[in-house]
Design a protein around this ligand. Structure first.
Ligand SMILES: [Zn+2]
Length: 112
C-alpha cells in the first residue's frame, strides 16, 4: 500500500517576503514559503496570523468561525468553540454568534 501524498496546509503569510505564503504538512513545525523558499517556524507564522484575526470584525456561529479559522490555516473544531461558550470563556450575542477576535486569546492560550 502506498501512502497518499501528504496534504499541505497554509500556515500563514511569510514574514520574509511580501506576498509569500508558508505551506507545510499539517503536523509539521516548519513550513516553507512558496515564493522565497524561506523555512519558517509555524508558531511564528501563527502568532502573526492571530494578530491579524484579533483585528477581525467577523462574527458567526461556532461552525462558521471554525470554517474561518480553517481558511486561515488554523484547526479549530466548532465543538471546541461550543465548549468555550459553555465554560463561559466566550460570550455570545442574542443570536448565538461569537466574534473571531474573541476567540483569539483562547487560541493563543491553547497554543502554549
Ligand atoms: Zn517568503
Amino acid at each position: 500500500m502506498v501512502d497518499p501524498p501528504a496534504t499541505r496546509v497554509a500556515f500563514g503569510a511569510c514574514p520574509f517576503c511580501k506576498h509569500g505564503v508558508v505551506w507545510g504538512a499539517p503536523r509539521d513545525h516548519m513550513g516553507e514559503c512558496r515564493s522565497c523558499g524561506a523555512q519558517v517556524n509555524r508558531t511564528y507564522v501563527a502568532d502573526r496570523l492571530l494578530d491579524k484575526l484579533s483585528k477581525s470584525e467577523k462574527k458567526g456561529t461556532p461552525k462558521q468561525l471554525s470554517r474561518e479559522c480553517a481558511k486561515a490555516g488554523i484547526r479549530l473544531p466548532a465543538a471546541t468553540i461550543r465548549t468555550w461558550i459553555h465554560q463561559k470563556r466566550l460570550t455570545t450575542d442574542q443570536h448565538g454568534h461569537v466574534t473571531l477576535s474573541g476567540i483569539v486569546p483562547l487560541l493563543r492560550r491553547r497554543a502554549h
